[in-house]
Design a protein around this ligand. Structure first.
Ligand SMILES: Cc1cc2nc3c(=O)[nH]c(=O)nc-3n(C[C@H](O)[C@H](O)[C@H](O)COP(=O)(O)O)c2cc1C
Length: 368
């Protein structure tokens, strides 16, 4: 491809103008497909400098060159983990992948809320299934930490068995696995967050992990719609296991910040800017309950400032997705610069030292 020979300096504005202007005028799912294709074709900008030492992070025993990841759902089928890593993400989470291929919900199923820079999706785990995704990942070298997010087929008779199959299939190719029980778009899935169901699920998943050739770290991804009593229960169950960490959070079924806006009545999970406060409060409430267990903070990060706030609320690393739809790809570099500036301004040397400074006020709902 001729584009792959262009210098990064030329590619960045090229792809950015594509994402910002043309893509925002397209139907959202078509735009997403076009972005994946552009990345596959080598149109993506590549980071041409090493990340500063302030951003080096250890997470669940893994060395990250920086603590910023592409969240699950962008690259469901592991088509572009390498271009995403080369763009500068410190981690890339592919999936959700289910055992059997699945077409997902009828289209349209992805909506923008332009006024609030929000997104609503009810994709329903459209993906090519374990075997196709495994074949793509086997032998692939991704120059970042690679997460594989596993889920259950909608028509599965045994959700737990689907997660166990995911662990056994992907343990050898993933740097970490995410057990996603928080998508609002597979009926019954979020019931796995209840105490008894979660105890059984984690018991089986972690037993499967112990049988795999390598000990792959396992994280659990939670919904932001859990109340404090539910978080108490989850923390108790997790405390009985050797789960490696949590991801807080998935999309929300609530609509409070976007009431009366275009597309707000669409069924599905809300993400992007309007999710930031809720997801960050839940992150802080979870942090208060799990001590120093690693947590990846996700939900509504849309600026360097909101990235810094996630760490201060209790995240050890962050992921984002929706803001890239509205903000363009230079957001990643801006966030990195903002994090380094915050570390230096507080007289510290590493982003890990920002973690937890405002947990209590976020948990009480006193921060933004
Ligand atoms: C279109 C779309 C599809 C998503 N698909 C998945 C998915 O398959 N698995 C998952 O765990 N999260 C999925 N998510 C949730 C994101 O990973 C993330 O948790 C959420 O969007 C909040 O982050 P954000 O506000 O930065 O987008 C999806 C989000 C969007 C917008």
């Amino acid at each position: 491809m001729i584009f792959s020979r262009l210098s990064p300096l030329l590619k960045l504005p090229l792809l950015q103008s594509l994402t910002r202007d043309a893509l925002l005028r397209m139907d959202p799912e078509t735009a997403h497909g076009a972005t994946i294709n552009a990345l596959r074709l080598g149109l993506s900008p590549e980071q041409d400098h090493a990340d500063p030492p302030e951003l080096k992070t250890n997470l669940v025993g893994l060395e990250l060159k920086n603590p910023i990841g592409m969240a699950a759902g962008f690259d469901k089928n592991a088509e572009v983990p390498v271009p995403l890593a080369r763009m500068g993400f410190g981690m890339v989470e592919i999936g959700t992948v289910t055992p059997r291929p699945q077409i997902g919900n009828p289209k349209p199923r992805l909506f923008r809320i332009p006024e609030a820079e929000g997104v609503i999706n009810r994709m329903g785990f459209n993906n090519e299934g374990h075997e196709a995704v495994f074949r793509r990942l086997k032998g692939l070298h991704v120059p970042a930490v690679l997460g594989v997010n596993i889920g259950a087929n909608k028509d599965s008779e045994d959700f737990v068995a689907d997660y166990v199959a995911g662990v056994l299939r992907f343990a050898e190719v993933a740097d970490y696995l995410t057990v996603n029980i928080s998508s609002p778009n597979t009926p019954g899935l979020r019931n796995l967050q209840g105490d008894e169901a979660l105890r059984r699920l984690l018991g089986e998943v972690l037993k499967a992990r112990s049988k795999a050739k390598v000990r792959v770290p396992v994280l659990l991804k939670l919904a932001p719609d859990l109340d404090e009593a539910a978080l108490d229960g989850i923390a108790r169950v997790i405390g009985e296991t050797d789960l490696d960490g949590l991801i807080v959070s998935n999309t929300t079924i609530s609509r409070d910040p976007v009431l009366d806006m275009e597309n707000a009545t669409q069924t599905g999970g809300l993400s992007g800017k309007p999710l930031f406060s809720l997801a960050t409060q839940k992150l802080a409430q979870v942090r208060q309950r799990v001590g120093s267990l690693p947590i990846i903070g996700v939900g509504g990060i849309h600026s360097p400032e909101t990235a810094v706030e996630k760490f201060e609320a209790g995240a050890n690393a962050i992921q984002l997705y929706s803001a890239l739809v509205f903000g363009g790809l230079d957001l990643l570099e801006r966030i990195k610069r903002g994090l380094v500036a915050a570390v230096r301004a507080q007289g510290k040397t590493n982003v890990a030292e920002l973690v937890g400074r405002t947990t209590d006020s976020w948990a009480r709902g006193e921060a933004k």
